[in-house]
Design a protein around this ligand. Structure first.
Ligand code: SAH
Length: 423
């Protein structure tokens, strides 16, 4: 955008009058400008001086002003959320119009161009929300079919133009769809809806086949978790494969089998895949057949079970494994749940540590943003102490490279993994 936006904004600087044209203004409380100046994208309701701010609609672009009235940038308003404004532009001169948003989408896809063209995988997160400058927008590319989630009021208001921009700028894109069943939409006052809505292009097939490091995987884009698959664990799945050769592997919280498929493809002796979801296991079985043919039963078995109970059953039966993967769902949704979550992580890790044969590998993960990497290490150290076993840290992983974290937005880091070797 050119200086036009500034002129246009200045032209209505009369403030707080009704019936004027141009953007509404949100005025910050004195002393609460710091995070915006550090280019953090969230403005909490407590930082807004309500008496000196305009009432805006859900998703509307507002001018964000310091307590003294200086224009700091532009954000999207969310009246229902604690996060009242999400910054779209920290440049007063760059008003986030359609061209601006399309540019952000294009840049985000361009940053993945090597990955998209590289051939190592055809499943890539092409927009990672705040860290790509598009708050509340997630877009995952599955072999030509893009599935989005819009989890903020601003993202919801702009979804048609975002879908259009993705369809127009993503190489090989055949469709752009939306999944609106994610719970956080409620915090933004947005409704939830089951199923997939096609926004651009053709109807995707019931299961989309992707590949990842030589492994073929079916993705249920309509009912699968998140947008259908856990792309954030790609690098960890590949790392696990590198450790798996000749090992007896237990893959806990397997979803559609990812870690176990990689382990088997890399020469694991045998893989047991455990999940509580029958739907996920049905796809996991199909994935096994797709990769290893009908004879996979010799190398892979499936158990529909609660991992907390399953690990205890293995302990009571005296079973041992050479490699255990623990990739549970998020135990802590918020900071207030950290203590309870820490107990859950310690419990499963302690149980798994006891089931490892000497030299065995525990690949263990936490996707709770509220559990810091330091705290996760501490939980693991306590579990090892209680298990009376020594471990080395053999490797560490983070969310995959297509899930970048903006330096000004540390909240963007949520997934951490530790590969421990039992001595
Ligand atoms: N490792 C997977 C992703 C795991 S997501 C991958 O790489 O694709 C977490 C999984 O845990 C989900 O499939 C969910 O169904 C399962 N789950 C949640 N609670 C569980 C429990 N108590 N016991 C077993 N599985 C559980």
């Amino acid at each position: 955008m050119t200086g036009g936006a500034l002129v246009w904004y200045n032209s209505r600087m009369g403030k707080n009058g009704s019936g004027r044209s141009g953007a509404k203004a949100v005025r910050l409380v004195k002393g609460r400008e710091k995070s915006v100046l550090r280019r953090h994208p969230w403005i909490f309701s407590g930082a807004v001086d309500a008496a000196r701010s305009d009432a805006a609609e859900s998703g509307e672009v507002v001018a964000v002003e310091s307590s003294g009235g200086a224009l700091l940038g532009w954000g999207a308003f969310s009246p229902a959320s604690q996060i009242r404004v999400r910054m779209l532009s920290f440049d007063p001169q760059a008003f986030p119009d359609e061209a601006f948003v399309a540019g952000r989408v294009r840049d985000s896809i361009d940053r993945r161009s090597a990955m998209l063209a590289g051939g190592r995988t055809d499943a890539v997160r092409i927009v990672n929300a705040e860290s790509d400058g598009l708050p509340g927008v997630v877009a995952d590319f599955y072999a030509g079919h893009v599935v989005c989630q819009f989890t903020s009021a601003g993202a919801e208001a702009r979804k048609a133009e975002i879908a259009r921009a993705i369809f127009g700028s993503c190489p090989g894109c055949r469709s752009v769809s939306e999944r609106a069943d994610v719970d956080v939409r409620r915090k933004e006052g947005l409704g939830c809806r089951e199923g997939l809505s096609v926004l651009e292009g053709e109807e995707p097939p019931p299961l989309v086949e992707i590949h990842e490091g030589g492994v073929r995987i079916l993705v249920d884009v309509r009912k699968g978790h998140k947008t259908g698959f856990y792309l954030d664990q790609r690098e960890a799945r590949e790392a696990a494969g590198a450790f798996a050769k000749g090992r007896e592997v237990l893959n806990c919280f397997c979803y559609t089998g990812g870690f176990g498929l990689h382990a088997a493809a890399c020469g694991a002796k045998h893989v047991t895949q455990v999940d509580v979801s029958a739907d996920a296991l049905a796809i996991a079985r199909r994935n096994a057949e797709l990769n290893f043919g009908g004879g996979f039963a010799d190398m892979m078995e499936f158990a529909e079970a609660d991992v907390f109970k399953y690990l205890r059953t293995c302990r009571d039966a005296g079973r041992k494994f050479d490699m255990i993967v623990l990739d549970p769902p998020k135990f802590a949704e918020t900071k207030s749940q950290v203590m309870k979550a820490a107990r859950g992580y310690k419990d499963i890790n302690l149980l798994a540590m006891k089931l490892l044969a000497p030299g065995g590998i525990l690949a263990t993960f936490s996707c709770s943003g509220a559990i810091t990497p330091e705290l996760f290490d501490k939980i693991l150290a306590e579990a090892a102490e209680d298990a009376r076993r020594d471990f080395q840290i053999a490797a560490r992983t983070r969310q995959a490279e297509d899930h970048p974290v903006a330096l000004s937005f540390p909240e963007g880091l949520y997934l951490k993994g530790v590969f421990l070797r039992a001595l």
